[in-house]
Design a protein around this ligand. Structure first.
Ligand SMILES: CCCCC/C=C/C(=O)SCCNC(=O)CCNC(=O)[C@H](O)C(C)(C)COP(=O)(O)OP(=O)(O)OC[C@H]1O[C@@H](n2cnc3c(N)ncnc32)[C@H](O)[C@@H]1OP(=O)(O)O
Ligand code: NDP
Length: 287
């Protein structure tokens, strides 16, 4: 049962969540399912997908393997969903990722790997779902999980380039496909305490991550899932072409306010002394 939304909010919707076998994708798939949607999760590995399906009490999550980088697999997967359910209401492009290394150490193959997964994989899924289901049925929603801060993450130049491309892909398609009533948005995630996030990156970076967020904590996966559910519901019907940051404020400032050297002894932000104008200093009225 959802902690936020009413039961049955998404009854009848058919939703795909890529990368639904773990982390943000799993929690999102289960939230959509708890609201009555039929959810199909895909990823490369069968086992974690089946685990997600088993976690849905109503049995309305189905698992299917699909590597989003492979055109044939994407076509077969989307054809299968349309054959079984007749329509697709929501695609969540959540599958993605990268490795963190300094730019000068990234090989051409490494750069291509990340671009191929995040840009081409997202495009293949988006194009297949649109052409096979949403354009013919005249409607649907596509959400792509990307990254903040938008001015870039050192150590992840490939992924930052890729996610900026996806942000823009959603914006352009929101204009082109408005004539088919397809809404597309990006959800730019900050840092969320998923198993991969907590184990993949160097420990000092993970340990120090919350301190770089104005709200001083990592995101909780359900905070992505709730936004997806909101946008999937009628509350999201007028939102398209947006990049929505869910990052505890991190896109706007890399840290808390005030930083140590800009605070007084009590930790309050420094402020200039208020200047009181004398009456003979008041500027004359214009005109
Ligand atoms: C701390 C700030 C975090 C900011 C917020 C972001 C958080 C997150 O996104 S958390 C969730 C992340 N989840 C993932 O990244 C999961 C998906 N990722 C992957 O599957 C891999 O990381 C992938 C993107 C590299 C793709 O894997 P795969 O297709 O299996 O690719 P290979 O492992 O075969 O590697 C191909 C190629 O890429 C280069 N490479 C891979 N890893 C590294 C590395 N650690 N350092 C340098 N280069 C790497 C390399 O060129 C590989 O080819 P070979 O050298 O021939 O192996
Ligand atoms: N956690 C965080 O702090 C943040 C995460 N993000 C992004 O959010 C998304 C989810 O992240 P998170 O849950 O933390 O990470 P996970 O590593 O848990 O999720 C990635 C998922 O994508 C799947 N996947 C990877 N490659 C492919 C592929 N070629 N085809 C199909 N599925 C694939 C994986 O399954 P399998 O290996 O079985 O294929 C896995 O389930 C990712 O795009 C991530 O980069 C963005 C910002 C912050």
């Amino acid at each position: 049962m959802s902690q936020v939304f009413r039961e049955g909010l998404l009854d009848g919707q058919v939703c795909i969540v890529t990368g639904g076998g773990s982390g943000l994708g799993r929690v999102t798939a289960l939230e959509l399912a708890s609201l009555g949607a039929q959810v199909i999760v895909c990823g490369r590995r069968e086992e974690p997908l089946q685990e997600t399906a088993a976690l849905a009490p109503a049995g309305n999550v189905r698992a299917a393997t699909c590597d989003i980088r492979e055109e044939d697999q994407v076509d077969a997967f989307v054809d299968g969903v349309v054959a079984e359910h007749g329509r697709i209401d929501l695609l969540v492009n959540n599958a993605g990722g990268q490795f963190m290394v300094p730019a000068e150490s990234i090989t051409p193959k490494g750069f291509r790997t990340v671009i191929r997964l995040n840009v081409e994989g997202t495009w293949l899924m988006t194009h297949a779902v649109a052409t096979k289901a949403m354009i013919p049925q005249r409607g649907g929603k596509i959400l792509s999980v990307t990254l903040t801060p938008h001015n870039g993450l050192p150590g992840m130049v490939h992924s930052c380039a890729a996610r900026a491309a996806v942000d823009n892909m959603m914006k352009v398609l929101a204009v082109e496909w408005a004539r088919f009533d397809i809404k597309l948005n990006a959800i730019a995630a900050g840092m969320f305490g998923t198993d991969t996030f907590l184990t993949k990156y160097p420990k000092p970076i993970v340990d120090g991550a919350a301190a770089t967020v104005p709200l001083q904590r990592l995101g909780r996966p359900e905070e992505i899932a709730w936004l997806v559910a909101h946008l999937a519901s009628p509350a999201g019907d007028y939102t398209t072409g947006s990049v929505i940051d869910v990052d505890g404020g991190r896109n706007n400032y890399l840290g808390t306010w005030p930083p140590g050297h800009e605070s007084d002894d009590a930790g309050n932000p420094l402020a200039e002394a208020r200047r009181h104008l004398r009456t003979d200093e008041v500027p004359p009225r214009a005109g």
